[in-house]
Design a protein. Structure first.
Length: 142
């Protein structure tokens, strides 16, 4: 009998939301703790036990920004699973997009110290690979 020892990474599952307005603004939160404390990022976070990625995306958006949306209005834009995308370990995120009315009110909450609408043409430095996720969300498919 051959003894095979395999190393399996612990993989954590997250969901992120690209919420945009018709006047080309994107909703970002300022992170309240590490990694990337004080940096801007997309609203999102861990998928809890018993949740789907879509349910987590809706919950995290509401908790971190006060924006409440219907499940049918979000659509998946992709999965980001590049090793090293998160300094805490192996994280895989499913990103979702939604367009909301201009002037949608926001309130920072949960682990967001601030929330703000940013022009897509003038984004701050972003945490993780969130700039890539935003680019994928707003770039038209050929």
């Amino acid at each position: 009998m051959t003894d095979t020892h395999e190393n399996h990474a612990t993989i954590r599952y997250t969901a992120d939301v690209v919420a945009v307005t018709e006047d080309d603004r994107v909703l970002l939160i300022k992170r309240d703790w590490d990694p990337y404390e004080g940096h801007w990022a997309l609203p999102g976070g861990h998928v809890d036990d018993g949740e789907t990625g879509l349910q987590a995306a809706i919950r995290e958006l509401a908790e971190e920004t006060g924006v409440h949306v219907n499940v049918g209005n979000l659509h998946q834009i992709g999965v980001w699973d590049q090793p090293g995308r998160d300094p805490r370990g192996r994280y895989i995120t499913t990103a979702y997009m939604i367009t909301v009315p201009d002037g949608t009110p926001i309130t920072a909450g949960d682990d967001a110290r601030d929330a703000r609408w940013w022009p897509l043409t003038d984004l701050p430095d972003l945490a993780f690979d969130h700039a890539d996720i935003i680019t994928a969300a707003v770039t038209p498919n050929p």
